[in-house]
Design a protein around this ligand. Structure first.
Ligand code: GRF
Length: 203
């Protein structure tokens, strides 16, 4: 299988998938990494791993539609079976999300449906929550609203601040995301009737 990974920043989740792919090279290939930001550190991570990278700078496009069309043409040019959003900080148009329905994953740093959008760690602390975490989900037109595949929890302790909590969540993200990618490329995971379907025998 061939996967395309979309990033905007540091790319630590990208790195986790690169590391996973190295030990599962029979299962899938990272065909392309795309960043909408030219200076995203994740581009360096991909280049260090010998992966083809592309920058599609959203500031050079006059509309979301034209940006998404360019994204789509680059992804489709490499025949990607799966699109993985890994810290990709752009809202995608419904046309784009529908094109990849059932073939696009996102990782979000909260226990969805809580805290869609930004600043999730801060919001969880301010709400006095005792638990926080991450969700991996299929992408649908609704922002952070697609069917959840896997969640992992972390405790919010009194001493936690936004940075320490983000770090705890990141550690879990780096375990969860490669696992979900593995399920998908093995054919154990799919979107059916707007629900995530997982072959339980792979657990
Ligand atoms: C992660 O926390 C992910 O949940 C969110 O963006 C962050 C990306 O981090 N969508 P990184 O670029 O993978 O380090």
């Amino acid at each position: 299988k061939r996967i395309a990974i979309l990033i905007s920043g540091s790319g630590s989740n990208l790195q986790a998938i690169i590391d996973h792919q190295k030990s599962h090279s029979d299962l899938y290939e990272i065909a392309l990494v795309i960043s909408n930001r030219p200076n995203a550190y994740g581009l360096v991570r991909a280049q260090n791993a010998g992966i083809t990278t592309k920058v599609i700078d959203h500031t050079e496009y006059e509309s979301r539609e034209s940006f998404d069309l360019q994204l789509q043409s680059e992804i489709d040019a490499v025949n990607a079976d799966l699109v993985v959003l890994a810290g990709f900080m752009r809202i995608l148009t419904p046309t784009f999300t529908k094109h990849y329905l059932g073939k696009m994953l996102n990782i979000h740093p909260s226990l969805l449906p809580k805290y869609t959008g930004l600043h999730t760690h801060k919001r969880a602390i301010e709400a006095g929550d005792l638990k926080h975490g991450l969700s991996v989900h299929f992408v649908t037109p609704e922002l952070d609203g697609g069917p959840v595949i896997l969640q992992a929890e972390v405790d919010i302790e009194p001493k936690d601040n936004e940075a320490s909590l983000a770090e705890k969540v990141h550690i879990q993200e780096h375990i969860a995301y490669p696992l979900v990618v593995e399920w998908f490329v093995k054919g154990n995971l799919s979107l059916k009737d707007n629900q995530a379907w997982l072959n339980q025998s792979c657990l």
